[in-house]
Write a protein that binds this ligand. Structure first.
Ligand SMILES: C[S@@+](CC[C@H](N)C(=O)[O-])C[C@H]1O[C@@H](n2cnc3c(N)ncnc32)[C@H](O)[C@@H]1O
Length: 379
């Protein structure tokens, strides 16, 4: 496994903290490799035959098997271990973030007030945080993305940057930027003549994927937005620390203050599954409004859409996320037809497709390859 890149804004773990965080990552790898496969045996050997006996047919939807799986002692053990592992991940990375926080906050403030900056940052104290973000501590991160305690608060951003490396067990690379590199490579490989002048990353969080676009399109201006003020402040300091120029602002992707046609390329990475039924069409409409003529959107997501995963057993993982990992919108998003939604939002019929692409920059690093879902459309 690679190590997380120690950049100037990253909470730096002590020896003992690092040992604990390594254990938490190994625990997750063990859970995936050794415990999770047993769920398939539970389903094939017990839950599915029982359902067939009682209904004279095989189960067709995740909802038909979810309650029965939950009754099973093996699934209960798996579920309990998985939830515990997630709590330990936030707990162990939170210790380091809290211990190093004062220094990081001062460093970020200094970067923000420096005369010479590469990019920029603006927050909006009047932004109304939508309920889907404000009412849920998504993936049980205490306080969520948006909790903002002071004008210079960067806590959520620092914690997220540090923790997500463990969350992904290192699979997103030393800078956690595999999704960004995958999308950037996809665009360059498939549209070699497309040279975006302005790029927008929606739902950028700590700006990990965002920086991949600075590398891939060095002549473009890169912008990034997120709902969380501490995310945006941290993402800016992180980008400057890594020597990259990005214009960050705290805005909702549902309605931004950029003018019509301002961007040539609009991207997002695992943002949609943390929104809502109402937000998805709003964000797609806003994407359409913000794109220049001939501009392109490539929104990326976890490859879990149900149209590609018709086996109910493969879908219950999302039900688990909704019930036990505070990801309430996941199953609803993955049941949607995003091409249809894009066309309803203004994209011409035939101009949008969904497809897959796998790891760009990190493909040779020995990490697992993730085949990301992409919603690719031209205005
Ligand atoms: C899983 S994180 C994204 C990770 C990030 N894109 C990356 O590649 O590392 C989801 C992010 O989407 C943001 N988000 C959710 N709804 C949003 C909206 N309507 N507008 C802007 N950001 C939003 C959340 O605040 C959160 O930071």
């Amino acid at each position: 496994m690679s190590s997380q890149l120690q950049h100037p804004m990253l909470p730096s773990a002590s020896h003992d903290e690092d040992a604990r965080q390594s254990f938490v990552r190994s625990f997750k790898i063990h859970l995936f490799g050794e415990i999770t496969p047993g769920n398939r045996q539970v389903y094939d050997g017990e839950v599915k035959p029982k359902y067939k006996r009682e209904h004279n047919r095989e189960p067709e939807t995740r909802r038909e098997i979810w309650k029965e799986m939950l009754q099973n002692p093996y699934y209960q053990m798996y579920s309990s271990l998985k939830r515990t592992q997630q709590e330990l991940m936030w707990d162990s990375s939170g210790t380091t973030t809290r211990r190093t926080y004062d220094g990081l906050r001062k460093k970020a403030s200094k970067i923000r007030s420096a005369k010479k900056k590469l990019g920029s940052v603006r927050t909006d104290p009047n932004l109304e945080i939508p309920r889907y973000n404000a009412l849920v501590d998504i993936h049980i991160m205490p306080g969520g993305y948006h909790t903002d305690d002071a004008h210079d608060d960067i806590f959520a951003g620092a914690w997220y940057d540090h923790a997500v490396y463990s969350y992904a067990t290192g699979a997103l690379g030393p800078k956690n930027d595999d999704m960004g590199h995958t999308v950037a490579k996809y665009v360059k490989d498939n549209y070699p003549d497309f040279k975006p002048k302005r790029i927008l990353d929606m739902g950028c969080a700590a700006g990990q994927s965002t920086l991949a676009y600075c590398e891939a399109f060095p002549d473009a201006e890169v912008y990034a937005i997120d709902l969380g003020a501490p995310m945006i402040r941290y993402a800016h300091a992180r980008a400057e620390g890594l020597g990259e120029s990005v214009h960050f602002s705290q805005q909702s992707a549902e309605h931004t203050d950029f003018s019509d046609g301002y961007f040539d390329l609009i991207v997002s990475h695992i943002m949609f599954h943390e929104t809502s039924n109402k937000a998805v069409p709003n964000i797609l409409r806003e994407t359409h409004r913000l794109l220049s003529k001939g501009g392109r959107m490539v929104h990326s997501e976890v490859p879990a859409f149900f149209k590609y995963n018709t086996d109910p057993f493969n879908q219950i993982g999302l039900e688990w996320e909704a019930h036990f990992n505070a990801e309430p919108f996941m199953p609803t998003l993955y049941a949607m037809d995003m091409v249809e939604k894009s066309e309803a939002a203004g994209f011409k019929k035939g101009s949008v497709k969904d497809t897959f692409a796998s790891s760009g920059k990190n493909e040779d690093s020995g990490q697992i390859t993730i085949n990301w879902y992409l919603l690719d459309g031209e205005k």
